[in-house]
Design a protein around this ligand. Structure first.
Ligand code: B12
Length: 246
């Protein structure tokens, strides 16, 4: 199976579930991250795909997953649901060896196996904004300020979920698409979103710094606002409400 057929198959399987798919080359990633984060076991021309979840993923696949009494919800159910969907999307792809990385995959040192925000940027999915790009950086030198990606349609209402590395698929001429700079390089807007993401991310205002076509539903926001330790109870209530309705 060649690049076009694989890209189409992934899109056919994943778009209807509320995901987006962005191809990129390993060299694009390796050329900007610190050697510590390089994916050094792959050739530069190796093709990989970033999988992003959009707001509707929650209603399209997560709620049906959570309401299915055969599913074990004791381990992070969003991660398990995403993993199950991605694995089923790739299980029928013949002739290729595929390595699958998830946003939460860490080395024993706690270092992430892949820097998802950098992938978001280099694949063209979501522009990464960080203090490194500021001419006049107003933040304290000793404060660790996380950068943030903005998606042109969903602002901050999305997540960078997984990277599929097709070890045996090479496509050196893959066209590169630059991410849309939703803030138009405006330094004061970049500072504003960095402040929101670092100082008050819980209020979600960093997600709305540009106009968006869809946000997380109130049900989804309620789920993510629930402490991870309390989410099982939240899901049990959801199951009971659903059972009462049918
Ligand atoms: C560790 C982590 C955390 C830690 C943060 C620890 C810290 N302060 O550093 C904790 C648990 C606190 C956390 C919290 C949150 N996180 Co978090 N977190 C991660 C995780 C797993 C790794 C981040 C990391 O360590 N990166 C490594 C560092 C070194 O990367 P870096 O600083 O960007 O540096 C790289 C770039 O500069 C790049 N680079 C160099 N030059 C250039 C040039 C260009 C042009 C580019 C593009 C890159 C580039 O090279 C460097 C690496 O060598 C990622 C998922 C992942 N696997 O990436 C999610 C992630 C960053 N988190 C995310 C989110 C949303 C959050 C929360 C809002 C909670 C939530 N999940 O809703 C909060 C916000 C907290 C806050 N603002 O303080 C999202 C961000 C989405 C977005 N829109 O950007 C991610 C991507 C997860 C996801 N699935 O989408 N997080």
């Amino acid at each position: 199976m060649g690049f076009d057929a694989i890209y189409e198959l992934l899109q056919n399987n994943l778009l209807e579930c509320g995901f987006e798919v962005y191809p990129f080359l390993i060299s694009w990633y390796n050329s900007i991250v610190d050697p510590l984060f390089c994916l050094s076991t792959y050739d530069n021309d190796t093709v990989a795909f970033l999988i992003v979840s959009t707001p509707s993923m929650f209603e399209k696949i997560f709620l049906p997953y959570a309401l299915d009494r055969n599913k074990d919800l004791t381990r992070d159910p969003i991660d398990c649901c995403v993993k199950e969907k991605i694995q089923s999307a790739i299980e029928n792809i013949p002739d290729h060896e595929i390595d699958v990385l998830f946003d939460y995959d860490l080395w024993p040192t706690r270092r992430p196996k892949i820097v998802m925000q950098t992938v978001g940027h280099i694949s063209g999915a979501a522009h990464f904004y960080s203090r490194q790009q500021l001419k006049n950086d107003p933040f304290p030198k000793d404060r660790n300020m996380m950068g943030v990606c903005l998606h042109p349609k969903y602002g901050g209402w999305f997540a960078l979920r997984s990277v599929l590395i097709f070890k045996t698929l090479k496509y050196p001429l893959l066209p590169r698409i630059a991410p849309i700079d939703c803030l138009n390089g405006d330094e004061s807007l970049i500072i504003d979103v960095l402040k929101r993401f670092n100082y008050c991310w819980e209020d979600n205002t960093y997600r709305n710094v540009i106009p968006v076509i869809e946000t997380y539903s109130s049900l989804q926001q309620s789920y993510f606002q629930t402490q991870p330790k309390d989410r099982l109870v939240w899901l049990e209530n959801l199951r009971q409400n659903y059972d009462e309705k049918i």
